[in-house]
Each structure stands twice: as structure tokens, then as C-alpha cells.
Design a protein around this ligand. Structure first.
Ligand SMILES: Nc1nc2c(ncn2[C@@H]2O[C@H](COP(=O)(O)OP(=O)(O)OP(=O)(O)O)[C@@H](O)[C@H]2O)c(=O)[nH]1
Ligand SMILES: [Mg+2]
Length: 447
């Protein structure tokens, strides 16, 4: 319930030089007048004396904000005093005794959102900032705060709403000759464009566990490339089985790896045998291939291993960075592999004697953590983006199956509406009325 006048300790619950009790709500000035009594001065910033208990008086500085020029958009105040948790809780108790109530977690920011001071994603980014444990998380939260991510989502939602309007118009007004529904070819083209853009900014993020912000680096490559040997060398123990025979690793093997203060989840995979995959037989079985594909789908970084340095068929449908590593460098010597433009420079390593492993560690830490925040800093956003993308791809599939016209417009409309709702959960919802508004804006219904 967002009502009444709230108060809370707004500084850390540990001893510090200064601490703050914050108030917000229509009764702020009344609460202050009751709490301070006679010593309640005037002006935005004032020094005041707060009676606390048994005749004791606490000197404080007081800043008063008048609606709407405050964080929450309401009347508000900050009472600053020594940062002693005990003293601060006395101040809070006094405010509560004088008519304020204890704020719920996040209630100040919720009020700011309701007052239109912050968008939903800005409000959430404040939560993400407070919870951020690493620089990258802080950067990602700031990108949300600055509204870049929200603006991009809003643009997608806008295009999607336009397309949905056209599809719905096709359903609602099929019997009216002067209403032309969208050409299926154009609809497919537009949806492919959207799906490409959303996919490029978010692939792999939605798959990752929402609670986990530890990035995942995955070793991929042909069988016998030396992936497991490299995996063991990186984590510093014999965790994965190594053998001369190809097809030794049959399952994804996951270990946590600490690199220069960064935590990375490292995954060793069964070899991807492109030739075996094509013929349906070979060194790797279907289970192993499925395990590999799943792990690749949730990777933040692919470490492509190939002793021959060819790097054929690196399986990467999204925008996951690929680090090319020529393994078994002791056998072939020479410089590291050349990477295509836009990819990080390649490395040649030898897992047996540790040659260039330190450089590889640096590269993994750098690339995996760089990709980890992505554009969507907030788990709920990541999920929403992944769901929206899934619904758009399903709609495309349904459209591509029909040979002429939009064969199942209701299904397509329902999927697009689903995608729109997901994007709406980030940028604020787009109501059926708005969608309908577009129908009337883009058509001359009934002339
Ligand atoms: N000379 C040399 N041999 C290596 C090196 N790394 C691995 N090997 C050998 O290559 C063979 C295959 O190594 P693995 O690590 O099992 O290869 P893998 O890529 O995990 O293979 P699969 O699990 O079958 O896909 C083993 O005999 C290793 O001893 C290296 O840096 N130099
Ligand atoms: Mg292996």
C-alpha cells in the first residue's frame, strides 16, 4: 500500500560518520513539526534539535523538500546525524511516534515511479545498482538508468504494436474491402528484422539462470582437440577425463574458475563432430551433442579450440563472443590464429606445459565478464526479452508455414500480443486501446 507518510533509515546499518533518516509523504511537514516541536526552524536546510527520549536532545541537520521537487515527487525530508545505528533508530522511532510509518523495502523508489519521476526500468536499475557487486554490473545498471535500454525496448514495442495492429485489422475487418491487411511477405520481413535486432542484443542472456550473474565460458571444438586437457589445466586439477581417443567427454562438465578476482563458470563439452553430425553417425552420440548444444546456448563466451587452427563451424547463432585458441601449440608451433574482424585476437596455447595459459586466463576473464551484463542488467528484463523473442520467433514459424495470406492470423496475433506484453513489462504496458488506436491511425476504416 503506497499511502501515508513513510520514514526509514537510508544509510548503511553500520557505524559511520553520518547517517540519514528519510521521510516522504503528504504529512512530512506535520510529522517534523510534531517531532521537533519548538526547534523546528525554516528554510530548505536547517540545523535543528530533535528531542529523543528522557529529555535528551539530538543536534541534527535537516533538509526539507517540497513536492514535486523531491526524489519521490512528494513532500519529503532528510534528517542527518551521526551514523550510529542506535541513534538512527531513535530518530526513526521518534518520526514513527509522530505520525510516520516505517517504509516498505523499495517504497521510496516505488513512489518516485508512481509520481512519474522514474520509468520502471530506471526504478529497477536503482535496485540493480544497490545490489551490484562488480563494476560490470554497475555499468549495466547505469545503462538502464540512462534509459538507453528502455528506449531501445520502447522502439521495439512500438514497431511490434504497429504490426499487431495490422494483423488484428486483418482479422476484424476482413469483410470490408477498403481495409487491406498487411501483406504476409512484409509481415515476415518486418518480424525477421525485429527478431534479428532483439536477438543480437540479448541472445544467450535469457537462458542464463536469473539468479546467477557469474558468466559462463564454454570450451567448444572438434573431438580430441585437447579441450579437456585445457579445462583441467585452467582449473588446476584433473577433473575431466583426458584420453587419446576422440569422443572421450560425453557430458558437459562444469567448474567454477577464479581469475584475477573474477569468477567464471568454465564448461568442458563433448567434441562437436560436424562430419559425424551430418551423416548421423560418428564419434559422438546424440546425447552428448544435445548436452553440448544446451551449454552453448547459455554461454557468455565460446572458447573455440582447434589444434589445426581451422575453426570450422563454430556454433554461434547469437552474438556470443568467440575466443579462438589453437591448442597443442607444441606440435605445430607458430603464431596464434587470426580471428575475423570484430572477434578478439586468437591465441596459441599448450596445456601440457602451460605455454600462454596466463594470457588465456586474462582473455577469458576479460571477455566473459564484459559480455555478462549485456544490455539487460535486470534478471526480469532478461527473461522478458527472451520471452518476447521466443514469441516473435514462434509467430514467424507459424507465418512461414502458410503458403498464401496470413494463414492463422489469430495465432500470429496472440503471439505478437504476448511478445508485446513482455516488452511492455519493461517499458510500461501498451493497452488494447492503443493498439486499436493504431488501426484507426493507419487505416481509413469504412471511410
Ligand atoms: N602434444 C600435445 N597433446 C595434447 C595437448 N593437449 C591435449 N593433448 C592430447 O590430446 C589428446 C586428446 O585430449 P583431450 O583433452 O581428451 O581432448 P578433448 O578435446 O577433450 O577430446 P574429446 O573429449 O574427445 O572431445 C590426449 O591424448 C591429450 O594428451 C597439448 O597441448 N599438446
Ligand atoms: Mg574431452
Amino acid at each position: 500500500m503506497i499511502d501515508g507518510t513513510i520514514a526509514a533509515i537510508a544509510s548503511a546499518q553500520a557505524g559511520s560518520a553520518r547517517g540519514v533518516v528519510r521521510l516522504s509523504g503528504p504529512e512530512t511537514l506535520g510529522v517534523l513539526a510534531r517531532a521537533f516541536g519548538d526547534s523546528f526552524g525554516s528554510g530548505a536546510h536547517r540545523r535543528a534539535r530533535l528531542p529523543i527520549e528522557d529529555g535528551a536532545v539530538l543536534p541534527v541537520s535537516l533538509t526539507v523538500f517540497h513536492a514535486p521537487r523531491s526524489y519521490t515527487g512528494e513532500d519529503g525530508a532528510e534528517v542527518m546525524t551521526v551514523g550510529n545505528p542506535l541513534v538512527l533508530s531513535r530518530v526513526l522511532e521518534r518520526m514513527i511516534a509522530c505520525g510516520a510509518r516505517q517504509a516498505q523495502p523499495g517504497e521510496f523508489t516505488a513512489r518516485a515511479f508512481l509520481a512519474g519521476k522514474l520509468t520502471l526500468d530506471e526504478a529497477e536499475s536503482i535496485g540493480a545498482r544497490i545490489a551490484a557487486e562488480r563494476d560490470e554490473e554497475l555499468d549495466a545498471a547505469d545503462r538502464v538508468r540512462s534509459g538507453v535500454f528502455g528506449a531501445r525496448c520502447a522502439a521495439w514495442a512500438d514497431r511490434l504494436a504497429g504490426l499487431l495492429a495490422l494483423v488484428e485489422a486483418g482479422i476484424d475487418f476482413t469483410d470490408q474491402e477498403d481495409v487491406v491487411a498487411i501483406e504476409p511477405g512484409r509481415l515476415i520481413e518486418e518480424l525477421r528484422g525485429l527478431s534479428r535486432e532483439i536477438g543480437a542484443s540479448s541472445d544467450g542472456q535469457g537462458v542464463r539462470e536469473a539468479s546467477s550473474s557469474v558468466p559462463t565460458a564454454v570450451l567448444v571444438g572438434p573431438p580430441n582437440a585437447g579441450k579437456s586437457t585445457l579445462f583441467n589445466a585452467l582449473i588446476g586439477r584433473e577433473r575431466s577425463v583426458v584420453a587419446d581417443a576422440a569422443g572421450t567427454t560425453r557430458d558437459a562438465i562444469v567448474e567454477s574458475l577464479g581469475i584475477h578476482g573474477n569468477e567464471v563458470t568454465l564448461v568442458d563439452l563433448p567434441g562437436l563432430d560436424a562430419a559425424a553430425r551430418r551423416s548421423g553417425a560418428g564419434t559422438t552420440d546424440a546425447h552428448a551433442q544435445a548436452a553440448a548444444r544446451n551449454a552453448i546456448g547459455s554461454a557468455d563466451l565460446l572458447i573455440a579450440c582447434d589444434p589445426a587452427g581451422r575453426f570450422e563451424a563454430v556454433p554461434n547463432r547469437g552474438a556470443i563472443p568467440v575466443l579462438r585458441v589453437r591448442t597443442k601449440a607444441d606440435l605445430s608451433g607458430g603464431p596464434g590464429p587470426v580471428s575475423p574482424e570484430g572477434e578478439p585476437p586468437g591465441l596459441a596455447v599448450c596445456a601440457l606445459d602451460g605455454w600462454h595459459l596466463e594470457a588465456l586466463r586474462h582473455a577469458i576473464a576479460d571477455l566473459a565478464t564484459r559480455g555478462s551484463g549485456g544490455d539487460a542488467a535486470i534478471p526480469r528484463h532478461r527473461r522478458a526479452i527472451a520471452n518476447a523473442l521466443g514469441a516473435i520467433r514462434d509467430a514467424l514459424e507459424s507465418l512461414e508455414q502458410g503458403d498464401s495470406g496470413v494463414s492463422e492470423p489469430e495465432t500470429v496475433a496472440a503471439l505478437l500480443r504476448l511478445a508485446l506484453d513482455e516488452l511492455g513489462s519493461i517499458v510500461g504496458s501498451i493497452t488494447p486501446d492503443e493498439v486499436l488506436g493504431r488501426v484507426f491511425a493507419s487505416f481509413c476504416v469504412g471511410k
